[in-house]
Design a protein around this ligand. Structure first.
Ligand SMILES: [Zn+2]
Length: 135
């Protein structure tokens, strides 16, 4: 699975976004260490706090099926589904990634359908609180 293929799956997932309040559509595609992909999209709610991000939907889908080893996630997003810049994971999603992923976990951030930036979880969330801190 190439970075661009994973990005393409994130773009497809973005199309299913339920975002009637913000108009921000986000898609994520999570690659497991075994090569399986779980996708997610953001799901908003009229009460706002039940809203969940695309990244967490993808991660929780995998966790709920007993998969906990991940190598990369591609994330794309934009107002009204127009991807014209990086849509970086929020702080909550970064912490959820930290729960299951090491510093070298790759995060592929789509800039547009042909361009992307790659960063690691260690770069995105340095000096983080992790399961190692409580075990
Ligand atoms: Zn988030």
């Amino acid at each position: 699975m190439t970075d661009l293929s994973l990005l393409s799956l994130a773009l497809e997932a973005m199309e299913k976004s339920y975002s009637p309040y913000s108009g921000c559509k986000v898609g994520a595609a999570l690659l497991t260490k075994e090569g399986k992909v779980y996708t997610g999209t953001n799901i908003e709610n009229a009460a706002f706090s039940p809203t969940v991000c695309a990244e967490r939907v993808a991660i929780f889908k995998a966790i709920s099926e007993g998969v906990t080893d991940f190598s990369a996630i591609a994330v794309v997003g934009g107002k009204n589904g127009r991807v014209d810049g990086i849509f970086a994971p929020c702080g909550v999603c970064r912490q959820v990634m930290r729960e299951f992923c090491d510093d070298d976990f790759k995060i592929i951030l789509g800039i547009n359908e042909a361009e992307y930036k790659t960063i690691t979880l260690g770069e995105l969330l340095p000096l983080s609180f992790s399961p190692k801190d409580v075990k």
